[in-house]
Ligand binder design. Structure first.
Ligand code: ZN
Length: 151
């Protein structure tokens, strides 16, 4: 499916795909959002525990391709301890990076997704968890679909 599978499936992505971090339900979550990517069949639910403006904890459950799971896993690791505003800024950085390949600012391990822009069909897999995050922070009751989002 890919011209150079090793280029995309880097070590970090494979690791988070096989052993996703924070992969569990969160009964005490203060907000959550569903994300669905019909093009690939990725489904996930993101849970957040907010303390005022700070994301104290994050987790997810769901099923999908390696990219979508690794993205959600790295997202939950990345946003813990961030404020809502910081999480939104990271979302913007990640969206730019995934769609253009340009890394702006310090995105930490999330930089492994910079290569995804070369595979347009995979961009929505990588961004899905981030749209779910934005949905959860905004308190959207409707499931987030990559088909209704402007990338
Ligand atoms: Zn996918």
């Amino acid at each position: 499916m890919f011209d150079d599978i090793n280029d995309l499936y880097q070590q970090v992505i494979l690791d988070h795909c096989k052993q996703p971090r924070n992969f569990h339900e969160m009964p005490a979550a203060t907000c959550s959002a569903q994300g669905h990517n019909p093009l690939c069949g990725d489904n996930l639910k993101l849970f957040l525990t907010l303390d005022g403006d700070v994301i104290k904890d994050a987790s997810f459950v769901g099923s999908g391709c390696c990219i979508s799971k690794a993205s959600a896993s790295l997202l939950t690791d990345n946003i813990k301890g961030k404020t809502k505003a910081e999480a939104e800024k990271t979302f913007e950085q990640v969206r730019d990076m995934i769609t253009t390949g340009n890394v702006n600012g310090d995105v930490g391990k999330l930089a492994v997704f910079a290569g995804v822009h070369k595979y347009p069909a995979r961009v929505k897999c990588a961004i899905l968890a981030w749209h779910a995050l934005m949905g959860a922070l905004k308190g959207d009751a409707q499931p987030v679909s990559t088909e209704s989002e402007q990338l």
